[in-house]
Design a protein. Structure first.
Length: 281
């Protein structure tokens, strides 16, 4: 089960890095967030309905509370991530946000779930975190805001990881239904803002429709793979997803032509070594 979970995490990393690249490329706004969230709801609704019909899960008050909480945490995560990308490079923001989350998630897993990762797995996590921090750190003028937003994003990544882990493995909400319900909650939370700015949403759909469709498919897919993996393995294995920063750094270097990306590649490569240790652990 651990090997399957790690494979799901690595697959998720490619999908996750892909939608982050698109989001950075279009300098996404909250209107873009609303648009791709609406796409996600439409695309994944048939799958969520199918799971409800086949599995007939009991979605009582605890499940609804977890979905609502996940919607709040993910909304904060997305808004902070968008701010970070407007302030800094993909190859700086993405690794720093993703690299700071596993250590926090691991600490929460130890305290809340009494999980005990092996020494080798812990070494892998530390290597991933160190690589992420070094890859993402930038002393250039004006980078302080991007660093702060990226670190805050990492806090919310850790928070929703632990929260959602309990929902899918403790309360036993099917991952597809849980993800769709959380997306619906996030759309409802953002809709009052979107209704007051319908012109911005219309402009996004007119000018960035292809990008909104791409992110609307890849973003839920990436996280669904994570949720399924969390039902199979301890929460610290979420660090297996941290192959994404290496992919993101390469995308920033090759496609976005970010000046500092080449200096971040060695540290991002350290994350791959950390994932190998995690797999062995």
């Amino acid at each position: 089960m651990t090997s399957i979970a790690l494979l799901l995490m690595v697959t998720s990393a490619f999908a996750h890095a892909g939608w982050n690249y698109v989001t950075k490329q279009v300098r996404a706004s909250p209107a873009f967030l609303w648009a791709f969230d609406a796409v996600s709801l439409v695309v994944y609704a048939p799958l969520a309905v199918a799971v409800l019909v086949v599995q007939r899960p009991l979605l009582g008050p605890p499940a609804l509370v977890f979905m609502a909480g996940s919607a709040v945490l993910h909304l904060a995560y997305f808004l902070l991530l968008l701010r970070a990308y407007r302030a800094g490079d993909l190859s700086m923001v993405y690794p720093l946000a993703r690299g700071s989350a596993p250590l926090l998630a691991t600490a929460a897993g130890l305290v809340l779930f009494a999980e005990r990762p092996t020494a080798l797995a812990l070494a892998g996590i530390l290597l991933i975190v160190a690589g992420g921090v070094v890859t993402g750190w930038d002393r250039a003028p004006g980078s302080a805001a991007a660093v702060c937003y990226a670190l805050l994003t990492g806090v919310f990544i850790a928070a929703y990881t632990v929260w959602d882990k309990q929902a899918v493995s403790g309360v036993h909400v099917p991952p597809v239904v849980y993800s769709w319900g959380a997306d619906l909650g996030r759309l409802l939370l953002l809709s009052p803002w979107a209704l007051r700015r319908r012109d911005q949403v219309a402009a996004v759909w007119r000018d960035q429709r292809r990008e909104a469709l791409t992110v609307g498919v890849l973003s839920p897919l990436a996280y669904l793979l994570v949720l399924v993996a969390l039902t199979l393995a301890p929460v610290y294995l979420v660090a297996g997803r941290e192959l994404g920063p290496l992919i993101g750094t390469v995308l920033g270097l090759r496609l976005l032509r970010e000046r500092g990306a080449w200096r971040r590649l060695p540290a991002a490569g350290a994350m791959v070594a950390g994932i190998a240790l995690l797999a062995l652990g």
